[in-house]
Ligand binder design. Structure first.
Ligand SMILES: Cc1ncc(COP(=O)(O)O)c(C=O)c1O
Length: 450
């Protein structure tokens, strides 16, 4: 490590609070200085496979000069223009038009944000707004699922179904309620887990009172909760239930959007259309912060037809930021031009097939994936599925020392969840690199278990 790097790291420790901060976890931070494709380089020149595409977001891979140029061109033209009612800008209009066409047949409009949590806050507020416009002001509750991750601003945190994110920040926002997740590996009892989990969600709606429920939110495939793909029966049944009780369905596609699952947006895998889609991350492949919600015709109509004194008083300074939208537009063009959506499906199958071979390791309890997002859940005992808590951090350390950066979903004893190693590399990751991920993970799990 050079003296400069050492000084930077000292300064970091002195002045910075990082996401999920504890100084103990930050004793030996990696300082990345360069990225190319699926590879990252740290300040000492060591290379790593970016096993999580940054934070599930660098979909087109690192080092895309075209995206830098799109940003620079737009900054030279006009770096900022407010998008408040009465003002607009060209990149926002063009990207909005593209996204409405790429999403679901019923998608009709977009509102832009700067990230995932803000998108979900916007989705919750939009759901409440719609019911107020439609004369049902008591429909305010948001139902999410245990193990779901929706960001960590107050309302998004309250929808997030992982207790570790709540512990030091409670109380949660009222009127946020949780239902069980369609977690096949740990579903108690038999039957079709998709139907059972959807029925459990229906029971929550009934207990709360359908007249008080505004929306259900869920990630089509749970990501940060440990990559939990739903059984195929789940979303169609949830959609039916939402229709039956007049509850809006919010798809949190912050990870699954923009090709990650082998479709532009994931609910199409099950022929389901959400009322509201939250997106962020892959819309710019993380080159600049951007997010938003896509809304269906029905939701759009309620906003458009609201009387002036009941208008949509939701906003943010950087909604529709022209530079972020110009980068988003170019990013969508790259995904399309290089066929990365289809590629994610193909390469996801390859990665999952590789990871399946790890089932011979005693610590591997479950291997799952959907598109180019996969999870390997670690257990102490395969027959009881007792979570192997503490093994995950060791596996991550062993992986990093071998040049692979995965992400850990820390497990818990209650509810029982094993530490899960999550992988979601860039959609352009070469096949050989995916195979290498499997090899490294095998070595890392074996070394950590010893
Ligand atoms: C599904 C999902 N929703 C929301 C978020 C929050 O996004 P952000 O960190 O941009 O607020 C994330 C972040 O990982 C996410 O995975």
């Amino acid at each position: 490590m050079t003296d400069d790097t050492q000084l930077l790291i000292q300064e970091d420790r002195r002045h910075l609070i990082h996401p999920l901060h504890h100084p103990k976890d930050h004793e030996h931070p990696l300082l990345f200085v360069e990225g190319r494709g699926a590879m990252l380089k740290d300040a000492s020149g060591r290379e790593y496979i970016d096993g999580l595409a940054g934070l599930w977001n660098v979909n087109v891979g690192h080092g895309r000069g075209e995206l830098a140029e799109a940003a620079a061109d737009q900054m030279r033209k006009i770096a900022f223009a407010s998008s408040y009612a009465g003002q607009s800008n060209e990149p926002m209009i063009r990207l909005g038009e593209r996204l409405v066409k790429l999403a679901y047949p019923s998608t009709s409009a977009v509102y832009f944000t700067t990230g995932g949590a803000e998108s979900n806050e916007s989705a919750f507020k939009t759901a409440r707004f719609i019911w107020k416009v439609l004369g049902k002001p008591d429909k305010v509750k948001i139902i999410s699922r245990v193990h779901g991750y929706h960001g960590v601003t107050m309302a998004a945190m309250s929808a997030t179904g992982m207790a570790a994110y709540h512990k030091m920040f409670g109380p949660l926002v009222p009127n946020f309620v949780q239902a069980p997740a369609p977690y096949a590996y740990r579903w108690p009892g038999g039957g079709d887990v998709g139907v059972e989990a959807a029925n459990a969600l229906e029971r929550v709606i009934l207990e709360e009172g359908p007249d008080t429920v505004a929306a259900v939110i869920g990630e089509p495939v749970m990501g940060a909760g440990g990559v939990i793909p739903p059984p195929p029966s789940y979303w169609p049944r949830v959609r039916e239930i939402c229709n039956k009780y007049e509850v809006l369905l919010i798809a949190d596609e912050v990870i699954t959007g923009f090709g990650r699952t082998g479709r532009w947006f994931a609910m199409g895998h099950w022929g389901v259309e959400p009322d509201i889609v939250s997106f962020a991350k892959g819309v710019t492949s993380a080159y600049l912060p951007l997010g938003g919600i896509l809304i269906s015709e029905r939701v759009h109509a309620a906003i458009q037809e609201a009387p002036l004194d009941r208008k949509f008083m939701h906003a943010a300074t950087y909604s529709g930021h022209p530079v972020c939208c110009a980068v988003g537009l170019k990013n969508v063009e790259i995904i399309e031009r290089e066929g990365l959506v289809q590629r994610a499906g193909e390469m996801g199958r390859r990665l999952l097939a590789g990871l399946e071979t790890l089932r011979d390791l005693p610590a591997v309890g479950d291997v799952r994936g959907f598109g180019l997002m996969c999870g390997v859940e670690l257990v102490e005992d395969r027959s009881t599925k007792k979570p192997a808590l503490g093994l995950g951090p060791r596996v991550v350390r062993e992986s990093v020392s071998r040049g692979l950066l995965p992400r850990l979903r820390a497990g818990s004893a209650d509810p029982p969840v094993g530490d899960t190693i999550c992988l979601a590399p860039p959609l352009m990751t070469p096949a050989e690199t995916l195979d290498r991920i499997v090899d490294v993970l095998r070595e890392a799990i074996a070394a950590a278990a010893r």
